[in-house]
Design a protein around this ligand. Structure first.
Ligand SMILES: CC(C)(COP(=O)(O)OP(=O)(O)OC[C@H]1O[C@@H](n2cnc3c(N)ncnc32)[C@H](O)[C@@H]1OP(=O)(O)O)[C@@H](O)C(=O)NCCC(=O)NCCS
Length: 156
């Protein structure tokens, strides 16, 4: 099956497309964030020395409008205690409605895995809600969930 998109790091020209995906992602979770949050996040994604990064899925010719951004992942690299290499946490993953079920989400994660192998990250982790069946169906095809349980204390 031809992948309908190309997965790559975003550049300055992707701002409008990335912002639309970010808004749709927030809407999916029923949350709102002031525009300053997206402004700061986008600035950090474009700044190579920041630990916040992204991948975007750009539609190929003949699929969903060539050049349109149809998916993204935002991820952070952070230090760990078991070695000098950074580890990766995937924060956000989103594919637009009309591009779902065609391998875009899987391609984004696999591209992140390839990048991590090249750069020597020991692992990538992420969470999802137990009721998110689509996300879990995708994730279970990549790796089974592990037995760790998350704890969260809200401080404000
Ligand atoms: C979860 C999400 C990213 C999946 O993206 P996608 O591009 O549709 O996923 P893919 O097409 O790459 O699916 C990969 C596999 O997962 C399975 N899958 C994906 N969505 C599924 C669904 N709704 N029901 C059953 N299986 C599903 C597919 O069968 C596919 O398996 P295959 O590769 O063997 O055919 C997308 O549904 C989405 O953006 N949802 C809203 C935001 C969200 O939940 N993000 C995750 C937050 S943790």
């Amino acid at each position: 099956m031809t992948l309908p998109c190309r997965i790559r790091a975003p550049g300055p020209g992707d701002e409008a497309g990335w912002r639309k995906l970010w808004q749709d992602y927030l809407a999916f979770y029923g949350v709102t964030a002031p525009p300053e949050v997206a402004d700061a996040l986008w600035r950090r994604i474009l700044e190579p020395h920041e630990p916040v990064h992204a991948l975007v899925a750009e539609a190929r010719q003949g699929f969903f409008g060539a050049g349109r951004l149809v998916g993204f992942a935002n991820y952070v690299l952070h230090p760990q205690t078991l070695g000098p290499q950074p580890v990766c946490y995937m924060e956000d993953l989103f594919v637009v409605d009309d591009a779902r079920g065609q391998g875009v989400g899987r391609a984004i994660i696999e591209t992140l895995m390839d990048k991590g192998r090249v750069e020597g990250w020991p692992r990538i982790t992420w969470h999802t809600h137990e009721a998110n069946e689509a996300a879990r169906a995708l994730y279970e095809k990549i790796v089974p969930s592990d037995p760790f349980i998350r704890y969260k204390v809200k401080l404000k």
